[in-house]
Design a protein. Structure first.
Length: 102
């Protein structure tokens, strides 16, 4: 079993996990870094968002992390609270994907 990190342990081969764990920080969003640092999968984060009153699915989380989907204010607030982020962490994705919303 791969014990590289709590999120990817047992899910990916050692090579894949090592590649993901060493991904340069500038290539991952603050949302993704915060989620991974808390040991959450995208599915787990989506479930926590739903329990907090902001239903979302894994694909939305993925698109938010990649900066191609901008969450609406309610989801932004929930994500910021769950991940310990400032609301401004979502501003970059808002600029990159003007007009789209979750």
């Amino acid at each position: 079993m791969n014990l590289c990190c709590p999120v990817f342990s047992g899910l990916l081969s050692a090579l894949s996990c090592a590649s993901l764990c060493r991904m340069p920080p500038e290539h991952t969003s603050s949302v993704k870094r915060a989620r991974i640092s808390r040991g959450m999968t995208q599915q787990a984060l989506a479930e926590k968002c739903a329990k907090s009153g902001a239903p979302v699915n894994e694909s939305h989380i993925s698109r938010i992390e990649r900066g191609v989907y901008t969450p609406r204010p309610k989801l932004r607030a929930v994500l910021a609270e769950l991940l310990g982020l400032d609301i401004e962490a979502f501003e970059t994705s808002a600029d990159a994907s003007a007009g789209q919303s979750a």
